[in-house]
Write a protein that binds this ligand. Structure first.
Ligand code: ADP
Ligand code: MG
Ligand code: MG
Ligand code: MG
Length: 401
């Protein structure tokens, strides 16, 4: 990585000018850093002339952006992200920003500008509704997960694919910050003091910790399909009509339920946050019902598309054995519930919180939402093995509310 340097806004403009066919020669380019994530720099580069084009530059730093150089992190993540975006676009066309250019030395991705889209998390706090989202994200999940699994690929090809997406440093972040640190007294935790006794009960719950240990083992050992790996609502950009998935730098071969669980966990964190954001009971229940219907529809789209792909394309010799498809989907459902539960709890107890809850300014009101999120999270983990349909997930939420 000898040629690596972090680009200034001006250097990014110069770099953009030199990419063949990206901008016309007389373009008036301006650059603005717009990154709001924890890890990387994101530049918006625009030709200022009327109807001029724009692109996004995303550059990885050799360390974690929000922490600084005391926490080094591999630049390899930019290669993983760029290859994952290209593959996801092949497997599920138009579901991600187009990659125009990738520079391995600079750990730089030049991609389609989605500035007319909004980060979904923000839209959900504003109680926006997205009628096409379940169909679009359910299809993304079914296609990217099925088509990269042993069901659809030869075992040789699949293992080669898995080898090019080993992502040990980023997986280690998830292993620590999703599965380990939040579940004991660790200095990285950062929870609302008003929920200290709820957190203490989680730390003392050995039945729960046993189930989290099993889920963590699944994350570390179960290379079922190529995952996005960080599919929260801050990695989804939406308009009223359309959905795009961004930021797959955590991509690796893992259990399918981890990605589906990430989407569901973040919809449920938003659900819990409306305990604070939406005091009017009728308005709150209406939006929470919308979120639960969205979750059911996502799963139903996922399941229907996954079964259709299986029936049409499965290569696995056992694919037609009676009961195998049903059992496979039941396992995904149970993993989905378990991983959703872990992710909900870690966003309340651990280092990285979600703005859905953080933007509730009254700590007492926030504690109400956080406590609901922790209750739902625990029950999803504990009850997952008895679940046979998406309604079982919804019932856990309704019973906890
Ligand atoms: P990080 O890995 O640091 O979290 P992200 O890929 O999530 O970086 O990008 C950070 C932010 O930059 C996003 O929340 C979004 O606001 C903006 N962004 C990223 N990619 C695009 C894009 N293709 N088009 C428009 N905005 C983008
Ligand atoms: Mg991000
Ligand atoms: Mg972000
Ligand atoms: Mg990221």
């Amino acid at each position: 990585m000898s040629g690596y340097r972090t680009l200034t806004e001006q250097e990014a403009v110069e770099y953009a000018r030199n990419i063949p066919n990206l901008f016309p020669e007389d373009a008036r380019l301006v650059s603005r850093e717009i990154g709001d994530g924890n890890l990387n720099y994101v530049f918006h580069i625009k030709d200022e002339r009327p109807s001029g084009k724009s692109v996004i530059f995303k550059q990885a730093l050799p360390y974690v952006r929000v922490i600084g150089d005391s926490w080094p992190l591999t630049l390899e993540r930019a290669r993983i992200e760029s290859e994952a975006l290209i593959l996801e676009d092949q497997l599920c066309p138009s579901s991600v920003p187009k990659v125009y250019h990738h520079d391995t030395e600079l750990a730089l991705i030049v991609m389609e500008d989605l500035s007319v889209y909004q980060i979904m998390r923000k839209g959900l706090v504003e109680k926006k509704r997205y009628p096409n989202f379940p169909k679009q994200i359910g299809t993304f999940l079914a296609r990217t997960l099925f088509l990269t699994s042993d069901l659809a690929m030869s075992p040789l090809e699949k293992k080669q694919k898995a080898a090019s997406f080993t992502n040990p440093e980023l997986c280690n972040i998830t292993e620590n910050f999703v599965f380990t640190y939040p579940f004991h007294d660790h200095p990285s935790n950062a929870y609302n003091p008003l929920i200290a006794n709820v957190v203490q009960r989680i730390w003392n719950n050995n039945e729960l910790k046993l189930e989290i240990a099993k889920l963590k083992e699944g994350f570390m050992t179960r290379g079922q399909a190529l995952l996005h790996g960080d599919l929260h609502t801050g990695s989804i950009m939406v308009t009223e009509e359309d959905t795009k998935v961004i930021d797959p730098e955590f991509a690796y071969y893992g259990p399918m339920g981890f990605d589906i669980g990430a989407v569901i966990a973040n919809l449920l964190l938003n659900y819990a946050a409306h305990e604070g954001h939406t005091p009017d009971l009728q308005e709150r229940e209406s939006y929470q019902t919308y979120l639960l219907e969205t979750i059911m529809e996502i799963w139903n789209v996922f399941e229907n598309e996954f079964r259709a792909l299986w029936n049409e394309k499965a290569q696995e010799p056992y694919a037609k054995v009676p009961g195998y498809q049903d059992s496979y989907l039941q396992n995904i459902l149970q993993d989905t519930a378990g991983y959703a539960g872990c992710k909900m709890m870690r966003r309340v107890i651990g280092l990285a919180h979600v703005s859905d809850l953080e933007s509730i300014t009254d700590p007492k009101l926030r504690a109400k939402g956080e406590t609901l999120a922790l209750t739902i999270g625990q029950e999803l983990v504990l009850q997952r093995k008895t679940m046979t349909s998406i309604k079982d997930i919804v019932n856990v939420v309704v019973a906890a509310t």
